[in-house]
Every structure is written in C-alpha cells, then in structure tokens.
Design a protein around this ligand. Structure first.
Ligand SMILES: Cc1ncc(COP(=O)(O)O)c(C=O)c1O
Length: 371
C-alpha cells in the first residue's frame, strides 16, 4: 500500500530553511562541532583525528554501542542496533507488523509511529491524550478496552511529541502490566527521555522493564545533535535485532563513521549536554507561561511534563493554521498547527529548546496585537 505523505516533515520542508526563527522545533539548540569536540577526552579526540572514512559495521560500532548500554540496566551491546531514528521506526515496523495486525498508538503522535503501520495494512486504533487542568492525560483503564485478539503492538512515545505528556510511574507500570497480561509487544519511542522537567519523574526504559519492549532513542533531541542522524533500537530479543539488521542492508547498510565518533563523544558527556538543554527549556517555559498569562482569552497553556515541546490551545476566532501562516509570512517565525499531527482541535506546537525562543514569542505577541 502506498504511504501517505508525512505532513509535519512536508511542512518543515516548505518553511524550515526559509524562516529565521523556529518557534515549533522539537530539537534543542544544536551543538556546534567545536563545542562537542571541546568535550572529548584525549582518547576520543584521537579517534576523531585518525578516523578513516570507510564503511562501518551495520549494527553500529562496538565502541558506540558500549557507550549506549551505559544508559540502560539490562541491555548489552548485542541488544543494540544503531541507525537514523526515523529509519529505525520504519525498519522496526516492517519487522514487527503484517497486514491485518491490530496496533494501538498513543495519539497525537509523530506520524511515522502510526502511518507506517497503516501502510502495511494494519488496523490502527488511537489511544487519545486529552488536555486537563494539570496537563495532558490518557485514560489508562481504557487501554484494556481497546485491546482485541489481533492486537500485536502498542506504540508509545513518552515524553510525548507534541504534548510533553509523561505518565506517572504507577501509570507506566500499569501500562506494562496490561501489555504483559495480553502478550502485546510495546514499541516505546523514548527520543525525549532524560529531558523530564522534574528529574524525579524519569521513567525506566521500556526495554529494561518488559521483555517484549523495544526502546527507540537517539541523539537528535536529548543530545542536541539531529544532524548526526544517529539513534538506536534496544531490545532483549536478539532475533528482532537480527531481523532489523537484515532490513538495514536495504536502507543505509551502515552509519557514517564521523557521526559514530561524534555520537560517542556526546554520550560520554550526556549529563552535561542534558543539563545545558534543560537550562534552555526551563528559561523558555517561563517565557511561555508569561506570554500565555497575558492572553487568557485566546491562549490556553497546557503544561508539558517532559521533552522540548508543548501543545497549547489556540482559542481565538482565526483558524489556527491561518495564525501559523501569518506568523511565518509576516515575521519569518515558524509555528506548526495541530493539523500536522492529525489533531482535530485548535492547537499548535511550541518548541522550547531554542535560544531565540524569546524573540519568536515577541513576534507572536506582536501578531496577536494586530488580530
Ligand atoms: C517522537 C519522535 N520520534 C522519532 C523522531 C525522528 O527522529 P529523527 O528526525 O532524528 O530521525 C522524531 C523527530 O522529530 C520524533 O519527534
């Protein structure tokens, strides 16, 4: 079955490299090459300087995979496969699903987390997040009611893009318990993990707590290095990893050697990079809260609990896609409407990870004054 266009990525393709300010982007202010190399140990700097630009191991370099497993409890280097995050979603879904399977996906979500399943011919049910007084929420008990005999996979993304939703530890355990009771596999997109606004809210990686759980993570958001195109799947199921590796021979075969070494340096300095990102996010959360408190008639702030994004509500009379269009055209400031996440109500995504967020919000407020 042909796959539908990825709405969000097509929208970015149109505006990202023409707009001056990215007020919706989900990645944090990218690190520069010199910032990253300044963090390198003498050993990793030597790896960088002596690097040969040949093909690399399909699974990812052993050195990089050894560094990745330091972020998990029960995962060894052979349980990890490295590739671009988006590529890994594609490969994992091809291996996990077949036509007729039933898939449950937390929604709203990054489109590939359900669109690839639809293109395979699966029946996809959306498990819907709803905005509440304290933030986004999902009815955990409803999950059990959505399960059918053909349910093969539950797809989670926590912290969630676009809402910043993060379940409590009790809710998370309950989800794992329901999946276990029904023998359902869980694909857990953890691209925003480690960026919990309160570190006490951090949840375990799915692959560490559930034997049928697969965790996806990467350097694009948490490590502020989307240009390296490095992510990984972690799963205790070695035959799943083998199947995914066989598929990769038809996509990219292997990762770029420079990206692998730079990724290794980033992971060796992960705590410092996350702290730097969280500093930017916390400043921007305060700026957003101030702006929203000045316009309660038209804006509703819905507090995110993790990640570098928020998905507030637009209550003005102008359609939200028109609001976003005007901000792009008049102020070269990119804002993404909820429609890009197939979300039917009037919301937009805010990206909290960029250093020029304040400037973007000033343009946003200026636009509000003209409406
Ligand atoms: C939830 C989620 N998963 C996966 C990806 C894909 O990451 P990448 O663009 O680095 O391939 C993204 C990117 O925005 C995302 O938000």
């Amino acid at each position: 079955m042909p796959i539908s266009p990825f709405k969000l990525e097509r929208f970015y393709a149109l505006h990202e490299f023409k707009s001056r300010i990215m007020l919706s982007s989900s990645d944090c202010e990218s690190l520069s090459m010199s910032e990253l190399l300044d963090m390198a140990t003498s050993e990793s700097k030597a790896m960088w300087e002596n690097l040969r630009l040949g093909y690399t191991e399909t699974q990812g370099s052993p050195a990089l995979r050894s560094e990745i497993v330091r972020y998990y409890q029960s995962i060894n280097p052979e349980h990890v496969m490295v590739a671009a995050p988006e590529e890994l979603i594609f490969i994992a879904m091809q291996n996990l699903l077949k036509a007729g399977d039933h898939v449950i996906t937390l929604s709203p979500a990054y489109q590939s987390l359900y669109e690839i399943a639809i293109s395979i011919g699966c029946d996809v049910t959306f498990w819907k997040l709803v905005p509440g007084e304290k933030g986004w929420n999902v009815d955990i008990d409803q999950l059990e009611k959505l399960i059918k005999p053909e349910t093969r996979l539950l797809v989670l993304n926590i912290p969630n893009n676009p809402t910043g939703y993060l379940p409590t530890r009790e809710e998370f355990d309950h989800i794992v318990e329901i999946a276990g009771k029904h023998g359902i596999m869980v694909f857990s997109d953890e691209m925003y993990r480690l960026m919990e606004h309160n570190p006490a809210d951090r949840l375990p990686a799915m692959c560490d707590v559930y034997e049928k759980g697969i965790s996806l993570a990467g350097l694009s958001k948490t490590m502020a290095l989307p240009g390296l195109r490095i992510g990984w799947l972690a799963s205790r199921d070695l035959s799943f990893i083998d199947d995914c590796l066989a598929y990769k021979d038809y996509t990219t075969i292997c990762n770029g050697a420079p990206s692998e070494v730079l990724g290794l340096i980033a992971l060796q300095n992960g705590a410092a990079i996350v702290e730097r990102n969280m500093g930017i996010i916390k400043t921007n959360l305060q700026i957003a809260a101030d702006v929203f408190s000045r316009h309660p008639d038209r804006l509703r702030w819905i507090k995110p609990s993790g990640g570098s994004i928020a998905f507030p509500q637009w209550k003005g009379s102008l359609p939200v896609d028109e609001l976003c269009r005007q901000l792009i055209e008049k102020f070269s400031t990119m804002l993404v409407p909820g429609e890009m996440f197939d979300y039917p109500e009037s919301h937009f995504r805010l990206g909290l990870g960029r250093k020029n967020f304040k400037e973007g919000m000033e343009y946003f407020e200026t636009l509000l004054q003209t409406l």
